[in-house]
Design a protein around this ligand. Structure first.
Ligand SMILES: *Cc1c(COP(=O)(O)O)cnc(C)c1O
Length: 420
């Protein structure tokens, strides 16, 4: 299922009131659902001492959501200075942050090493001499090269810009060991929105095999193995959800076998974004225009600035029309569109929906990850507000909508002209 029945049951009856109070459009997130998923993940890996989820901040970089993650005992996966600042702003530092940057700048490194530091996850061997100092603990992101991937958001690892190649991985750890690092981790991030648990189990297997090989070559031990994020969610009603229990069984078995053979096993870490919050958010928008030309268009008051996934990946997001259940209403084939001067500004293409009247509320599912966060300002379009349906049933604003003043802020600057 896309959005859970439980979230629907609590949200839909109050949605008209929320609209009247806050106005549309908005993303609204479900605290209870996020907590439930967090507990399910912890429960699945309860047998693994030291198991750690580093929530991928880029999925939903809002302090109110991150505070929920922190309360669940999770750390943060950051890949930018802003994400480090958000994490540290919540009092999270050191080992509770992993910094997985790529094409890293000196400023990125300076930020990563300051304010209590974090786990440095290096993307390339050429970055070693660029480290401001040698950290005690180092991790590398591994790119295995030719390998089947589940889908093409990240694509074929051979063509992916991320990570250290197979040929360089031993040398990477050798150099860091020679330079004085004493604690080691190993990371990869290969999948995106992968619902087949076998794929994640294979990733764990691949990293454990790699850890065994590197350990034997260099006489080092791996403190942790990070299998990345990329756990998938069902965006379509017919999609089969990831079998978390089966995934955990498979991975636990591999780690247990490793421990039996080597007398210890690295800790298991992951850095899921989408799986943790994706299904627990929706974009709520009002139908404002109806256009009937070669096709029928429903114009809504949100646009790509609020949700890019359909436009850039052709991603499917399920849509409910509030109060109109598909079985009970006359249906119509429509495109649901925003107002951008880009023809890919569509939330749904050729979608069979209950006949929509102007003023109807559309609920676009699964916007809790890579939704608001990916929004942009092209065409001067502003990003909407974010709300939280708290576990006690209240609704609070956790980010205001952008204003034109925000948009024009960068046009206020000191005049600077270079003459020749
Ligand atoms: C984007 C990203 C994640 C999270 O991906 P999801 O698909 O949201 O789980 C984790 N790690 C890294 C390095 C990423 O870039």
């Amino acid at each position: 299922m896309p959005m859970s029945e439980n979230f629907k049951k609590r949200l839909f009856p109050i949605l008209q009131d929320i609209k009247a109070h806050f106005g549309t459009p908005f993303h609204i997130y479900d605290e209870a659902g996020i907590i439930e998923t967090g507990h399910a993940l912890k429960e699945a890996f309860s047998a693994r001492a030291g198991f750690m989820e580093y929530y991928a901040v880029k999925a939903l970089p809002n302090p109110a959501i991150m505070a929920i993650m922190k309360n669940l005992g999770f750390g943060f996966d950051c890949s930018s200075i802003a994400e480090l600042m958000l994490s540290r702003g919540l009092g999270v530092t050191g080992e509770d942050i992993i910094f997985t940057s790529n094409n890293t700048t000196p400023a990125d490194f300076a930020a990563a090493f300051s304010d209590g530091g974090c786990i440095i996850n290096l993307d390339d061997i050429s970055l070693i001499p660029k480290l401001p100092r040698i950290p005690e603990r180092i991790c590398f992101r591994y790119n295995p090269g030719a390998r089947r991937t589940g889908n093409d958001i990240i694509g074929n690892p051979v063509e992916a810009k991320y990570g250290v190649s197979h040929d360089q991985i031993i040398e990477a750890y050798r150099r860091m060991k020679q330079l004085g690092a004493t604690r080691f981790g190993l990371h990869t991030m290969l999948a995106s929105n992968e619902r087949n648990h076998i794929y994640m189990v294979e990733t764990a297997q691949m990293l454990l095999d790699l850890a065994r090989w590197i350990s034997a070559e260099l006489g080092i031990r791996f403190e942790f193995i990070n299998i990345g994020g990329g756990l998938g969610i069902p965006y379509r009603p017919e999609d089969i959800p990831l079998d978390l229990a089966a995934m955990a069984r498979g991975i636990n078995h591999l780690f247990d076998a490793y421990a039996e053979k080597h007398g210890y096993a690295p800790k298991l870490c992951m850095e899921s974004g989408r799986y943790m919050t994706g299904p627990h958010g929706v974009l709520v928008t009002e139908a404002i225009n109806y256009k009937d030309i070669y096709r029928k268009y429903i114009g809504v008051d949100a646009c790509m600035s609020a949700l890019m996934r359909p436009g850039i990946y052709g991603a499917y997001h399920h849509i409910d029309v509030l109060g109109k259940y598909p079985q009970k209403f006359p249906m119509e084939r429509v495109d649901v569109v925003g107002s951008l001067c880009e023809n890919n500004d569509k939330f749904a293409v050729d979608r069979f929906l209950p006949k929509i009247d102007m003023g109807d509320i559309l609920v676009i599912h699964d916007t809790g990850a890579h939704g608001h966060a990916m929004g942009f300002n092209y065409n001067g379009k502003l990003r909407p507000q974010e709300l939280l349906l708290t576990k006690n049933g209240s609704v609070e604003r956790i980010r205001r909508e952008e204003t034109l003043a925000d948009y024009f802020a960068t046009l206020t600057f000191e005049k600077d002209v270079m003459t020749f």
